[in-house]
Design a protein around this ligand. Structure first.
Ligand code: ZN
Length: 457
């Protein structure tokens, strides 16, 4: 395809390192057709004002939970953990309408774009109408997410979730989970319909809620339907110690162990959280080729625990991050938390950095997230490389945290030394996106929040 636009970056993060005088061509489909270092800017090329780095995929999001941020930070009972948080979160899940979801997701997606994400994987299980609502189409909630993504200009990987039971050994869902009900056939049909709609920058995969939320038979059926297609398959796993204990009791095996032995894991699979994993489980995941999605902000907020980051990294398991409950909405904070959690418990510095190499903690985590994010979204390529969508961010060297630094330190300072988002523009499919969402997005979000929380006032 002929080049539509050419960009020239004085400095760009290409193949895991800073390279100079990088010429990037964008084709008519909004993908990089050429990325070449050490060439002067040719006439007609747009010269970028700052260093260029890839944007990231947000590999795990529940958009509706944006409406719950800041509303669960008081201790309302003697025990406050994931499970008490979940009961309160269900109050929101039970009443949000497609219109409200669109307003909340439009606000969220604009914030994610500002936070350096240009693709979001929606782990979507709010399928059905709340009491008193009626849908024209059984996918009205999914379309609300797709419309919100189009509003914001962010890419979307929609993952309709299979959810059939309330726990190990349960025969169905609880009454307060009726909106989530979907078997493998339903989720696969939803995924196929989203793909067939052909919306710009929207693709689809599938998900299973968790080993407690879907049965082995659901998993077998879903694998049958997915067949040899290359769609991503996501699942929540081992986020909670109680979930590990329940799984042990029900199956005699730990959740990741069970998945590795019975789940048919392969490189299409993404294990979300994977917090409580023993060394043998990490080795089994590494052999399968599956990736993991860590959500450090949410896991900290919910008191879940810490993943064994050094072991996941040393086994070369693809690894990326997600905003999950939306308490954090930018990748800088996720990568920083990912490393700092390890430093605080190990009482060491630069835990993620590869020993004996030049790769810093920030570089190792960032490159992992670039590669792992692409797999989570079902893309063959991502970053500043030919064939990837032309998504990127232009750093602002005048930002407080980057001023006066040598080139080699820029990425480290983005992750560990910046207030907010030290970039001046975010590009999606070869176009710089508006830095701030229009006022109507914020107004609609506020109106939805007032409606949703009126009765709790
Ligand atoms: Zn989640």
């Amino acid at each position: 395809m002929a080049a539509l636009k050419r960009l020239h970056a004085p400095l760009a993060w290409v193949e895991g390192r800073w390279q100079r005088d990088v010429l990037l061509s964008v084709d008519a489909s909004g993908h990089w057709s050429e990325v070449t270092a050490n060439v002067p800017a040719p006439p007609g090329a747009e010269v970028l004002a700052g260093p260029l780095i890839p944007s990231l995929v947000n590999a795990h999001s529940h958009a509706f939970q944006r409406a719950f941020v800041g509303l669960a930070e008081r201790r309302e009972a003697g025990q406050d953990d994931f499970w008490s948080w979940r009961d309160r979160m269900y109050a929101l899940a039970l009443r949000i309408s497609p219109q409200q979801l669109r307003a909340v997701a439009s606000q969220l997606y604009a914030e994610l774009l500002r936070g350096g994400y240009t693709q979001v994987c929606e782990f979507h299980y709010l399928h059905h109408p709340a009491q008193g609502q009626a849908f024209d189409d059984e996918l009205d909630m999914a379309w609300a997410l797709a419309e919100a993504a189009q509003d914001a200009g962010i890419g979307l990987t929609l993952l309709p979730v299979v959810y059939t039971r309330s726990g190990f050994g349960a025969s169905g869902l609880r009454p307060d989970q009726h909106r989530f009900a979907a078997d493998a056939d339903w989720a696969w049909r939803a995924s196929q319909r989203v793909m067939a709609a052909g919306l710009p920058r929207v693709n689809a995969g599938v998900a299973l809620h968790s080993l407690r939320g879907a049965s082995p038979a659901d998993m077998t059926r879903l694998r049958q339907l997915v067949g040899a297609t290359d769609v991503p398959i996501h699942i929540h796993v081992a986020e909670q110690t109680a979930e590990v204990a329940d799984c042990l009791q029900a199956t005699g095996r730990r959740p990741i162990q069970w998945l590795a032995e019975e789940g048919g894991l392969d490189p299409r699979w993404q294990l979300v959280h994977a917090t409580h994993a023993e060394p043998a489980e990490i080795e089994a995941v590494a052999r399968s080729g599956a990736g993991i999605v860590i959500c450090p902000g949410t896991e900290a907020n919910l008191g879940d625990g810490l993943a064994d980051l050094p072991r996941w990294l040393s086994h070369g398991v693809p690894l990326t991050v997600g905003s999950d409950s939306q308490v954090t909405r930018g990748w800088v904070e996720e990568l920083r938390w990912l490393e700092y959690g390890q430093r605080l418990t190990a009482r060491q510095r630069n835990v993620a950095a590869a020993p004996g190499t030049q790769a810093s903690s920030a570089a190792r985590l960032f490159d992992a997230a670039v590669t792992g994010g692409a797999r989570a979204a079902g893309f063959a390529a991502w970053g500043l490389t030919p064939g990837a969508r032309a998504d990127a961010m232009v750093l602002n060297r005048e930002a407080d945290g980057l001023r006066g630094l040598p080139d080699e330190a820029l990425l480290d300072a983005v992750v560990f030394g910046s207030n907010g988002s030290p970039w001046q523009s975010v590009w999606v499919a070869g176009r710089a996106r508006p830095w701030r969402a229009p006022g109507r997005v914020g107004d609609a979000f506020e109106a939805a929040m007032r409606e949703l929380w009126r009765s709790d006032g």
